[in-house]
Every structure is written in structure tokens, then in C-alpha cells.
Design a binder for this molecule. Structure first.
Ligand code: HEM
Length: 487
């Protein structure tokens, strides 16, 4: 009997505890749940994957109108929370590394860039390495790179005949790798080793596949070739660096800047670090710039109004400066700048930017809804989607470079982070001025020396590429014809 009553009182206590816990959770949990971002609907576990594999932009196009600017996609055991638009993405761009970091989400670059650089090192070291980039891309350096860009463009297009038909995409890719070799990798590579080095870069490039993002060390042939190529590149650069050091010869290129760079404690960069940083620079700048030059061309050749405007600008600059094309002349090309910027708004090559979150944070949407995003989520934003938001950019799918001109400035009026082709904030692109100068140098030469006509249909977007670019060929008919200057 005594045992029975003890059982009864223990049972009652347990029941009461569960009841109280339920009541507490009934009051507390729904309150916090209300502020969790909505989830993308799909089958459990693989639902998110199916949606994501269809293409992240297609998923965003479907979900944004239903769920708004903040929502979460479950991808296996991971939650990816999207922050779309300047009203909610400020934290993405401004948060310190301790709150939102790049290291985990961009780890897949490590076997390509190599050990000891960028995403393989602590943030404090990475910051110093980004300082090396900043120094290598200062205006005084850019001025000498521009002279090399102009020389490369002149040399490349001198090989075109008096008239003909070319795949502009292939031509610009090729010219940009030549220019990048010269400005970034140095004279030795450009003059003597170009074919070997570009073949090795090709292997590195082909070793970065969508599967590499999830499994960068998967023993597949493409990864094996990538690893061999990186080793060979390291050997080539070790020889070049040693020879530059022993002859005390100094060159005007990024290689030299990295060789001369020193960490705060006075330690110079190692040969392996210099190689890794150069690979990172090439990966950051090559496809992105060549894709942007191709889109710029495709839009100009389909929009007479803007083609005439950039030609007129060239004529005026030729009247003012003659044939001189240098950093300062390129800097005066506002119309061409806006035409490139608009092509890049419509087609940012990096369509998705990612961070890993280490602390809880909240965002408020423009409708005034507040969401709490718990730590542990992957945080994503999308230049390709955000750059076409109708409440930021008028008639967003239209090519309209004037949207950036004084009086409209649609990239600014809704606040920072409206236009995010180059990212922004803490990790904004360090190569933006370099990229504009390179694309301007190429188009300046083409506009001044050729009459061009797009003969293939307007290109489509190649969503399957890691760096999203132009699908298929972009056939252009050209005829040598100097731009007549106004008398
Ligand atoms: C049209 C050409 C280019 C585009 C569209 C572009 C785009 C971007 C974007 C979106 C980011 C931010 C990534 C993020 O937030 O996760 C970025 C970062 C970066 N870019 Fe570029 N980029 C271009 C050209 C270049 C060039 C030519 C270089 C160097 C020669 C370069 C070097 C860098 C570096 C070093 C960073 C990392 C900055 C940091 O994390 O602090 N980029 N770029």
C-alpha cells in the first residue's frame, strides 16, 4: 500500500513537471518561432537539394514572391538563410569575421589556391594577405598595369585581319588571360612560359566543379589533375622568384608586389604563399572580367543608342588627348563605365555569396517584419537576384546604363548594398578598379579601330558554370575602321 502511494506521488510529480514544461513551452516557443524566417517547402532531407539543384536563381525567383526577403532552405542537415535586398543584407556585408565568416564556406578553394594562403589561414593572416592585394592594386601600380593592358590589346587585335568573323567570347577570354599573365604573373610567364602556365591554369580551372564545393578532395581525375597542376605551378614560380631575388631585378607586376610584401612581424612571404596568392588573384579576376567584357559587347552591339554614346565619348577623348590611352584617360570614360556596370548588374558572374554564422542576429524587412537567425546557419545573398529587384531598379530587366547617371543613381538611392556585383562592405572586391580598367582598355581599342556587328542571337546565360557567364559562342563580324574624330 505504502509502495503504491509512493508510485502514485512520483507519477503525479512527473505528470505535473511535464504539464508545467508543456505550459512554459506553449508560452515561450511559439513566441520565438514567430520570428524564425519562413522555410522553403519541399520534401524532408532532399527537398532543399532538389530545389537547389534546379538552380539557386530559379529557386529564388519562385520563393521570394511567396516568402519575402528573408527565408531558410534546408539542405541536408544545413540551414541556408537567404537575405535578399539592401534592407536586410547589411549585416551580411558588414559583420565582423567572428560573427559571419568566409573560411568554412569557401574552404573548397584550398586545394586550388594551395596551402598557407587565403581560406587555409586564420583571419588575422588572411587580412594581412588581403593587405598585400590592396597594395598591389593601388593607383600607382594600376597606372603601370594599364600601359601593359593597352599594349596587350593593341598586339592582340593587330592579328585580326581587315575584316572577318570571330567568337568574341573566345577572343576576349584569350586576351584577358594574356593581359592577366603580364600584369599579375609577370614578364617571365608572359614572354616564355605562357603556353605551359595557361595549360596548368586550365587544369586548375577544370578541377573546380560543382561537386568540388561539397567534396573538394574527392579522388576524381579532375581533382588529381588539379593537384598536379598546382604542384607544377609552384615549381615554376619558385624558379622565377629565386631568379628575381638573386638578380635583384624588380618588375612592375603583382608577382613583384607579393615577393616584396611583408607581414606585420617583418616576415617576408614564402614562395609557396606568393604562388597561392597569384593563383587566387587569377581565379578572382580572370573569368569575372572576361565574362563582363563579353556581356558589355553583346549589349552595346544590340543597343544603338548606347553604342553611339560610347563612340561619341571616345571621339571627344581623342580630340582632347589624341591617341593616348592611359589610366587617367580611361578614368574619364564615364559613359563606357556605366555601360560596363549595367552589363555587370544584369549578369554578375558570382551569383551567390556565402558566409557561416557564429552568432545569433536579427534583421528587419522593409515591411517591418523582424526575424531572428540563429547561429549555425549558412547565410547567403545573391547578386544575380538582388541586382534585379524591381523596387530598387526601375524596369530591372532592361539594359539601361543611364540608371547610374547623376539624378537617378539607382545603385545608391536605396542605400549601400543595392548593387552588389562586386560584393561590398568588409569583403568588397579588391580588384574592382583593375577589372574596370582592363575592360575599358579592351573596349576602347575595339571602339576606336573596328566596326562590329553581332551576328549570332543575343547570348543566353550559362547557369551551370561555377562563374556564371555566357552560353555558347558570341559571333561578331568585324571590319577595320578607325573612329573618325570630330573636326
Ligand atoms: C568583373 C570582375 C570582378 C567581379 C564581378 C568580382 C566580384 C567579386 C565579389 C562579388 C567579391 C566578394 C565575394 C564575397 O563577398 O564573398 C569579390 C572579392 C574579391 N575580389 Fe573580385 N571581382 C572581379 C575582379 C577581380 C579582380 C580583377 C581581382 C584581382 C586582381 C579581384 C580580387 C578580389 C579579392 C582579393 C576579393 C576578396 C576581398 C575580401 O574578401 O576581402 N576581383 N570580387
Amino acid at each position: 500500500m505504502e509502495i503504491d502511494s509512493r508510485f502514485l506521488s512520483t507519477g503525479l510529480l512527473l505528470f505535473a513537471t511535464i504539464l508545467v514544461a508543456k505550459l512554459i513551452s506553449a508560452f515561450i516557443v511559439p513566441k520565438s518561432r514567430k520570428r524564425v524566417p519562413p522555410f522553403v517547402k519541399g520534401w524532408p532531407l532532399i527537398g532543399g537539394l532538389v530545389r537547389f539543384l534546379k538552380g539557386p536563381i530559379f529557386m529564388l525567383r519562385e520563393e521570394y514572391p511567396k516568402l519575402g526577403s528573408v527565408f531558410t532552405l534546408k539542405l541536408f542537415h544545413k540551414n541556408i538563410t537567404f537575405l535578399i535586398g539592401p534592407e536586410v543584407s547589411a549585416h551580411f556585408f558588414k559583420a565582423p569575421e567572428t560573427d559571419l565568416s568566409q573560411q568554412e564556406v569557401y574552404q573548397f578553394n584550398v586545394p586550388t589556391f594551395g596551402p598557407g594562403v587565403v581560406f587555409d589561414v586564420d583571419y588575422s593572416v588572411r587580412q594581412e594577405q588581403f593587405r598585400f592585394f590592396t597594395e598591389a592594386l593601388r593607383v600607382n601600380k594600376l597606372k603601370s598595369y594599364v600601359n601593359q593592358m593597352v599594349a596587350e590589346a593593341e598586339d592582340y587585335f593587330s592579328k585580326w585581319g581587315p575584316s572577318g568573323e570571330v567568337d568574341l567570347k573566345y577572343e576576349l577570354e584569350h586576351l584577358i588571360i594574356l593581359t592577366a599573365s603580364r600584369c599579375l604573373l609577370g614578364r617571365e610567364v608572359r614572354d616564355k612560359l605562357f603556353d605551359d602556365v595557361s595549360a596548368l591554369f586550365h587544369d586548375l580551372d577544370n578541377g573546380m566543379l560543382p561537386i568540388s564545393v561539397l567534396f573538394p578532395y574527392l579522388p576524381i581525375p579532375a581533382h588529381k589533375r588539379r593537384d598536379q597542376a598546382r604542384k607544377k605551378l609552384a615549381e615554376i614560380f619558385a624558379t622565377i622568384i629565386a631568379s628575381r631575388k638573386s638578380s635583384s631585378k624588380s618588375e612592375d607586376d603583382m608577382l613583384q608586389c607579393f615577393i616584396d610584401s611583408k607581414y606585420k612581424d617583418g616576415r617576408p612571404t614564402t614562395e609557396a604563399e606568393v604562388t597561392g596568392l597569384l593563383i587566387a588573384a587569377l581565379f578572382a579576376g580572370q573569368h569575372t572580367s572576361s565574362i563582363t567584357s563579353t556581356w558589355t559587347g553583346a549589349y552595346l552591339l544590340c543597343n544603338n543608342q548606347y553604342l553611339s554614346a560610347v563612340q561619341e565619348e571616345q571621339k571627344q577623348l581623342m580630340e582632347k588627348h589624341g591617341d593616348r590611352v592611359d589610366h587617367d584617360v580611361l578614368a574619364e570614360m564615364d559613359v563606357l563605365y556605366r555601360c560596363i556596370k549595367e552589363a555587370l548588374r544584369l549578369h554578375p558572374p558570382l551569383i551567390m555569396l556565402l558566409r557561416s554564422s557564429h552568432s545569433d542576429f536579427s534583421v528587419t524587412t522593409r515591411e517591418g517584419k523582424e526575424y531572428d537567425i540563429p547561429k549555425g546557419h549558412i547565410i547567403a545573398t545573391s547578386p544575380a537576384f538582388a541586382n534585379r529587384l524591381g523596387h530598387i531598379f526601375k524596369d530591372p530587366d532592361r539594359y539601361d546604363p543611364d540608371r547610374f547617371s547623376v539624378g537617378r543613381e539607382e545603385d545608391k538611392v536605396a542605400g549601400a548594398f543595392s548593387y552588389i556585383s562586386f560584393g561590398g562592405g568588409r569583403h568588397g572586391c579588391l580588384g574592382e578598379p583593375f577589372a574596370y580598367l582592363q575592360i575599358k582598355a579592351i573596349w576602347t581599342h575595339l571602339l576606336r579601330n573596328f566596326e562590329l556587328e553581332l551576328v549570332s542571337p543575343f547570348p543566353e546565360i550559362d547557369w551551370n558554370a561555377m562563374v556564371v557567364g555566357v552560353k555558347g559562342k558570341v559571333m561578331v563580324r568585324y571590319k577595320r575602321k578607325e573612329l573618325p574624330i570630330n573636326q
